[in-house]
Ligand binder design. Structure first.
Ligand SMILES: *[C@@H]1O[C@H](CO)[C@@H](O)[C@H](O)[C@H]1NC(C)=O
Ligand SMILES: *[C@@H]1O[C@H](CO)[C@@H](O)[C@H](O)[C@H]1NC(C)=O
Ligand SMILES: *[C@@H]1O[C@H](CO)[C@@H](O)[C@H](O)[C@H]1NC(C)=O
Ligand SMILES: *[C@@H]1O[C@H](CO)[C@@H](O)[C@H](O)[C@H]1NC(C)=O
Length: 263
């Protein structure tokens, strides 16, 4: 049995940004990278202003006239401690963006940047952040007989949930038994399929939300089945033919010898 894992990363990017009709900026990053969440007040100097970043109700980052969380202010959600910064030098030009680093899968969610001026709160930006984890599938053959092989594909800790399929060498999906475990936003997917033909089989994991796919393949050799029966039949036919030829030759030789003997 040959094991030949392979990772095909079709798109190698770390960040994609686009805005839809509702002015929600969608951002996709992989975990352990950084995510810059944009927010702007125009061009005014905001060093003496207040801006507040929240994610689904959690306190992410607060800037209050020079003070921030961990620097004069308290109340930041545990999840974000030590991982969020603003751009001090850019405050003069109205830039209230923040950066989260390193990113975690649990950072995924909807963020808002709100300015507070003269007691009036204004939402300055909305961002939907998706932090993806895209592990490679690992493929093995659990059991092989002369007629079939039981193949397993495991994708561990993926986020968002991947679509996992087994395909044959011509790209057809194979029927498989799937088992999915949700570990708080991370997914373990195990896929079993039984194949009966020698060939190259590929396990493909797709995560549409983060525009990513990855695959691993395995070469399977099945000795038995119809192929073996044909081989045995051929061997028998050839053997019988060979015997017939030998017997015929012996008979012919004897006849000739007898004829010679007469003269
Ligand atoms: C604010 O600064 C960030 C970080 O440098 C940058 O990515 C973003 O484009 C800036 N926003 C504006 C409106 O200039
Ligand atoms: C952001 O909010 C939208 C609308 O409520 C929701 O469908 C989506 O799942 C949220 N995004 C994340 C990453 O939680
Ligand atoms: C194989 O399965 C995937 C995931 O379910 C699906 O997106 C794809 O269209 C299928 N391909 C074929 C050729 O049926
Ligand atoms: C199996 O498929 C992979 C990917 O298409 C290819 O690179 C490899 O050469 C194939 N292996 C065999 C033994 O055909």
């Amino acid at each position: 049995m040959e094991l030949l894992p392979l990772c095909v990363c079709l798109l190698t990017w770390s960040e994609t940004t686009f805005a839809d009709g509702n002015d929600v900026i969608k951002k996709v990053v992989f975990e352990d990278n950084e995510a810059v969440l944009p927010c702007s007040f125009g061009s005014e100097n905001i060093e003496n202003q207040i801006f507040d970043w929240k994610k689904d109700g959690q306190d992410v980052f607060l800037y209050d006239r020079g003070r921030t969380y961990g620097n004069g202010l308290s109340g930041q959600h545990e999840q974000f401690k030590g991982r969020v910064e603003h751009f001090q030098d850019l405050l003069k030009s109205g830039n209230a963006s923040i950066v989260i680093r390193p990113t975690k899968v649990t950072d995924s969610g909807n963020y808002t940047c709100v300015s507070v001026q003269n007691g009036v709160s204004t939402t300055r930006s909305r961002i939907e952040l998706i932090v993806g984890a895209a592990p490679e599938p690992s493929v093995t053959s659990l059991q092989t007989t002369k007629d079939w092989s039981l193949l397993q594909c495991v994708v561990r800790g993926a986020s968002p949930k991947p679509e996992v399929v087994w395909q044959d060498s011509s790209g057809h999906n194979l029927t498989a038994k799937e088992q999915v475990t949700d570990r708080g936003g991370r997914y373990d997917v195990t896929l079993h399929t039984t194949v009966t033909k020698t060939g190259n089989y590929t396990c493909v994991a797709t995560q549409e939300e983060i525009n990513h796919w990855t695959a691993a393949w395995i070469h399977v050799y099945i000795s038995g089945g119809i192929f073996n029966t044909v081989t045995i039949a051929c061997v028998i036919v050839i053997g019988v033919l060979f015997l017939l030829v030998v017997v015929l030759a012996v008979i012919l030789c004897r006849r000739r010898n007898r004829q010679r003997g007469r003269y």
